[in-house]
Write a protein that binds this ligand. Structure first.
Ligand code: UDP
Length: 328
């Protein structure tokens, strides 16, 4: 029988790409999603179960029906700015929901668990190159909620034998090169899709959030990693757990930092169009620099990012953007 994997947030940006990668690797991805930010049209690679992580009876039913060999937990609220304005939404929507899921997985005996964490758990470390050993000190409620879930996984590893791989993502970008799935949020808040909208005339201009950071050009520096490379890492993480190699944490980034202005310049080059910009204030909760210095995923998982150069990420995002997104 083909092995099923429960993918929470499988209708979302990263989850849908992971479903495609799981299917290609011979698994059946079962999407569990409440469609609060995801899209029904993004569920293309396996069955769909609509439901909320806060509904324990529904989760129990889904575990009983599909008997998944593992969970990939993508479903989350993930907006730094929103988390600063409404932290309760993040503690409930991320931490409580994840507790429910972890308890349901343990009760069902589904003990291989892959969790989407974030470099936002590190906070602002004054330009330090980050890896798995760096102290976590989140400066926004989003990062704090993700760190709490990491702690929760460690506790359930002790009590229930839960085996977990934690991936701390840097800035995820790009889209499926075949444009079957891609990034599409409503409202959109992320740099690259907003920029492509501005290039395309769908928005008046991109606002640069802060030009007075202690970086060479004054704008924030981020490490962008292609969503398909991230999806591949998840399949490798799954195989790592299923081979009995134990719980681990991996940073997933390209190891290269680009400022907001550099991303703007590269987008202009890729699309051959001007990017209308305005300069605005800093966004509360943003660190100046977040760049991965880790090679652990390459070393342990054999992860080889293939599309995580900035040009390819923007070109893939642009192709997807032109294909139109969902629900349009
Ligand atoms: N950013 C910006 N203007 C925007 C959106 C984002 O200048 O309209 C900046 C933001 O301050 C950060 C970087 O772009 O430095 C990436 O932000 P995004 O929201 O895409 O991802 P995050 O870093 O919050 O995960």
């Amino acid at each position: 029988m083909t092995d099923h994997v429960l993918v929470t947030g499988g209708a979302g940006y990263i989850g849908s790409h992971a479903c495609k990668a799981l299917k290609a690797a011979g698994y059946v991805p079962v999407t569990f999603d409440n469609l609060s930010t995801g899209w029904r049209e993004a569920v293309k690679f396996g069955p769909f179960e609509e439901g909320c992580l806060t509904d324990r009876a529904r989760l129990d039913e889904v575990f009983a029906r599909w008997k998944p060999v593992a969970v990939m937990h993508f479903a989350a609220l993930s907006l730094v700015g929103e988390s600063m304005k409404d932290p309760g939404k993040y503690w409930r929507g991320n931490v409580l929901a994840s507790l429910n899921l972890i308890e349901a997985a343990c009760a069902a005996g589904c003990l291989d668990f892959i969790f989407s964490s974030t470099c936002a758990t590190y906070g602002d470390q004054d330009g330090v190159i980050l890896d798995e050993t760096t102290r976590q000190a989140p400066i926004n409620a989003y990062g704090a909620s993700k760190r709490a879930i990491e702690d929760m996984l460690a506790d359930f590893a002790g009590s229930h034998g839960l085996r977990h791989v934690i991936f701390r993502y840097f800035n995820v970008a790009g889209a499926d090169p075949e444009a079957e799935v891609g990034e599409f949020h409503q409202p959109e808040t992320h740099l690259i899709p907003l920029m492509l909208d501005a290039i395309d005339g769908k928005r008046p201009a991109l606002t640069i959030f802060g030009t007075d950071y202690p970086t060479p050009d004054g704008t924030c520096i981020r490490d962008y990693v292609h969503v398909c490379d991230l999806a591949d890492a998840h399949v490798l993480g799954l195989e790592w757990l299923r081979a009995g190699k134990g719980s681990s944490v991996f940073c997933l980034g390209s190891g290269k930092g680009f400022s907001v202005r550099e991303v703007i310049d590269q987008s202009a080059a890729v699309t051959n169009r001007a990017v209308p910009i305005t300069e605005g204030a800093r966004r509360p909760g943003d660190a100046a620099v977040l760049v991965s210095g880790s090679t652990r995923a390459e070393r342990d998982l054999g992860w080889r990012p293939k599309r995580s150069d900035l040009r390819t990420m923007i070109a893939d995002a642009w192709r997807w953007h032109q294909a139109g997104g969902y629900g349009r």
